[in-house]
Design a protein around this ligand. Structure first.
Ligand code: ATP
Ligand code: MG
Length: 193
């Protein structure tokens, strides 16, 4: 499951957990992005913070792990590169790529989209505020309805900036990590915005 995870929230975790159960996955690997090329116009928290937030949020689940491949590759993250790297690391694994409906629509807008289907099966989960579409690719993309979590990282960042709580939207450890490093606060050296 790729994402900016800026910060990781319960929408991400429910999506991962639901897909893992439905498809009997051995492991869900969270892959925080390097430079988020489609998020031009806003700064993103440093990769190291996003990586550690993801580790903190997933540490208790024995099936959840975090990969640094996109961060360590550097530069813009393209899902095709992520999947090629995983195919090389796990040549015999059956790979799934978990996305929300909004991210699936973005992926479908790429020009080299057809290369993706050989690398992984895509699972597009429902997300409040977005329409779920299989884009006529029912073999390559599974649509899955999951409990509606109207949570976004954008909203979490705004809430921190406005001194509103993010308790229960993100895991407790993420609330504490954000406070410790003063992320997403306008006066913070650590924060990107
Ligand atoms: P931002 O507001 O910064 O874009 P985000 O909440 O959309 O953050 P991302 O890191 O962009 O989070 O998303 C990573 C993946 O998780 C994407 O595939 C996205 O569609 C999916 N996702 C994020 N939030 C939810 C949610 N509440 N329900 C279902 N899927 C989600
Ligand atoms: Mg997003």
């Amino acid at each position: 499951m790729g994402g900016t995870f800026d910060p990781i929230h319960h929408g991400h975790l429910v999506a991962a957990s639901e897909v893992a159960t439905e498809f009997a996955l051995d492991e869900v690997i969270f892959v925080p992005t390097g430079e988020p090329w489609q998020k031009v116009g806003r700064e993103v928290a440093p990769a190291e913070h996003r990586y550690l937030l993801t580790v903190v949020a997933t540490a208790a689940n024995p099936r959840f792990t975090v990969s640094r491949v996109d961060i360590d590759r550097g530069g813009a993250t393209y899902t095709i590169d992520t999947l090629r790297d995983f195919r090389e690391m796990y040549p015999d694994a059956e790979l799934f790529f978990i996305t929300g409906a909004d991210a699936m629509a973005q992926i479908m807008s790429w020009k080299n989209v057809d290369e993706l289907w050989e690398l992984a099966h895509f699972v597009s989960v429902t997300r409040p505020g977005y329409v779920s579409e299989d884009f006529g690719r029912t073999k390559e993309i599974s649509l899955m309805e999951i409990p509606a979590m109207a949570i976004s990282s954008t909203d979490c960042r705004e809430r921190v900036r406005e001194e509103k709580p993010v308790w229960y939207l993100v895991p407790d450890g993420v609330v504490q990590y954000i406070a410790k490093h003063r992320l997403y606060q306008p006066d913070s050296a650590d924060s990107a915005r």
